[in-house]
Design a protein around this ligand. Sequence first.
Ligand SMILES: Nc1nc2c(c(=O)[nH]1)N[C@H]1C(S)=C(S)[C@@H](COP(=O)(O)O)O[C@H]1N2
Ligand SMILES: [Mo]
Length: 259
Amino acid sequence: MHNVLLPRRRFLALGAASLGGTLLAGCDRLSGAPDFQEFLASAEWLTYRIQRLLGGGHALAREFTASDVSPVFKVNGTGMPEGEEYAALRVGNFADWRLRVDGLVAKPLDLSLADLRNLPQRTQITRHDCVEGWSAIGKWQGVPLASVLARAALLPAARFAVFHCADVLEQTLDGTGQYYESIDLIDAFHPQTILAHSLDDAPLTIGHGAPLRLRVERQLGYKHAKYVMRIEITDRLDSFGRGKGGYWEDRGYEWYAGI
Ligand SMILES: Nc1nc2c(c(=O)[nH]1)N[C@H]1C(S)=C(S)[C@@H](COP(=O)(O)O)O[C@H]1N2
Ligand SMILES: [Mo]
């Protein structure tokens, strides 16, 4: 049965249980874009649709209490970015660091840490889940990404926020070993999506991503970009890295890493 050209609205109205393989396979033909086909054929697409369309779009990740905070929060991936630029910023205690916000925005921004601390703040105690099989609960403080993006004034074509990081996790000749990540605007404007400058009431350590890292609480650990230097608003992801929307995505992980 390849009954695939269901009207889109009817298709979306189907419950998760009815989304069988036949439908998915057929649905591929709705788009000629190879990435889109791959995405639709994946289990990732199911998670994305379930969270986005079956009511979870605004759901909050669970928050915990102070007594739940893990005594030790593991450092994973890069623990210290290499390179003179980051070293100079670190030595100056990040006084000269600026977060650049540009791309499809009407007002590009350059924000210092003081600027970010003067914006509205949010504190949240959440559980970080890494695909490698460990979790930790931490208290994060920072600026809702929504307030930063509101100040930058997104242009109508905006679809994704791309986070450019200071660290190179893999040395490659073409530069695609630079860490980066991306999220859609639903997650970008979600109330628990923050640019965190503090963990457990102290400024971020270098290991945890100083001076600023993303928290995107409904997704897995690798989406939480550390050492964020620049946020670029874009309408497409295929022009970054190897085109899959993130460092680990370029190496086979899912782009929508819903928990
Ligand atoms: N820039 C950058 N961000 C990164 C990583 C990294 O190596 N570089 N590792 C990711 C992974 S896999 C995880 S689990 C978390 C780890 O964050 P932590 O070191 O604060 O525990 O950061 C994510 N963000
Ligand atoms: Mo991770």
